[in-house]
Design a protein around this ligand. Structure first.
Ligand code: SF4
Length: 135
């Protein structure tokens, strides 16, 4: 699948911003997570493609892969995966998706966001505002 340029990049940026905004609002107690969020996060925790990284580790990865990220921002699944880390003994590590490079807690809050697991979505069945995910 090829990358499709400007419109998709803007949409991707919008989804990332929306996910982080909802995460902040939920953590602050201003809103409560939508029904599908817990199920999606449970699927991420059980998934072989999650990883636990600190912000420093993400920044280090970005230093190496930043050019690819900029070029393929609309299809981050097509650049090298994030490193696999267990997170055991790490303070302040967050759960990231090695495929889409998103912070799972933010991505799971965006109804339009898809799980891009190479063997098929792990989020199938968790309802979103648009109905159950189909692919
Ligand atoms: S978004 Fe999908 S592929 Fe990524 S960690 Fe979650 S379940 Fe796994």
């Amino acid at each position: 699948m090829g990358c499709c340029g400007g419109g998709r990049k803007i949409r991707q940026a919008g989804m990332i911003a929306l996910g982080f905004a909802r995460l902040v609002a939920d953590k602050a107690g201003i809103t409560t997570p939508a029904d599908f969020v817990a199920g999606r996060l449970e699927a991420c925790r059980a998934c072989d493609e999650h990883t636990w990284l600190t912000r420093v580790e993400v920044a280090e990865w970005l230093l190496i892969n930043g050019v690819d990220v900029a070029k393929k921002f609309d299809c981050l699944e097509n650049i090298p995966k994030l490193p696999k880390e267990s997170g055991i003994g790490k303070q302040q590590a967050g759960m990231y998706c090695r495929i889409c490079k998103c912070l799972c807690a933010a991505a799971a809050r965006v109804p339009e966001k898809k799980c891009l697991h190479p063997q098929g979505s792990r989020w199938v069945g968790y309802r979103t505002a648009e109905g159950p995910e189909k692919t």
